[in-house]
Design a binder for this molecule. Sequence first.
Ligand SMILES: [Zn+2]
Length: 331
Amino acid sequence: MKKMLLLFYLTACCTLLSLSSWAAEQPAPQVVVSIKPLHSLISGVMQGVGEPQLLVKGGSSPHSYVLRPSEARALARADLIIWVGHQLESFLEKPLATLGREARQIELSKELQPYLLPMRKGGGWERQTHQHKKAEHTEETEGHHEDHAAHPAMNEQGEKNPHLWLDPLLAIRIVDLATAAISEIDPAHRTQYADNSTQLKMRLTKLHAELQTKLAPVRDTPYIVFHDAYQYFETAFGLNAVGSLTIDPERKPGARRILKIRQKIKQLNARCVFSEPQFEPRLVATVIEGSNAKTGILDPLGADLPNEPNSYFTLLNRLAENLIEGLRQSP
Ligand SMILES: [Zn+2]
């Protein structure tokens, strides 16, 4: 009988203890994110409570990723999965419908649909917010112009550019969406998530203002990128990218496109052609042959950055620095 009483006391004590530290002991929600920049932002939201799990690691490209068994298991266990959408991480489309069906899912390209920019086509683009340059007028009077699809008005129903994380103001919206979902799943840590979110959004606003100032001197300098991953960065800071080497980063551009890019480099006096660590740089050497253009590297994902809240800021700062480095006038 005494034994029973002791057991009763023990149980009662444990219950009281666990109630008082309920919030602290609440397990962190299982959040799975697709790419590193998202991982960094969501890590910032969850700081002090838990950490999201990242799928596309290291130098891999989300355009061609293959899911590993351990990652499939993570999807099956997840409370929340955050990804951009089928245009970027096509490898996730089927697993999300099967393995991830129990989890809450945030497809950012759907949630942020009103803010998305249209996919640009062709070997060169036109600057949409500034007046046309002389070279482009010449091209038009020649009666040969296949880049009209680049105008948003003519491409409104078409595909949208999925690389939405490179605009810090859209990053703020991502933080808001994630904070709301995570707080609903784990209300015990609601205050912590809200505080983290406020801090993070203040830093993002500051980053936007800082980069605006930093990039102002190279705003008008024309350049070519490897694939159209930087449109949101360009738009956020009013930059002058004039074309991309590939439409689909997984496919080599044809001879005709390479020729067109070469013409564009000469016509617009493009100062730099940027490659990416995720893709083959030999192509870049081919297109700048016989021109004055320099080469540089831009990384839209932050392949080598650690999985932590600060990486998003390093990623954007580094993009700005690499751009300035490639675009400034050589002495
Ligand atoms: Zn891409």
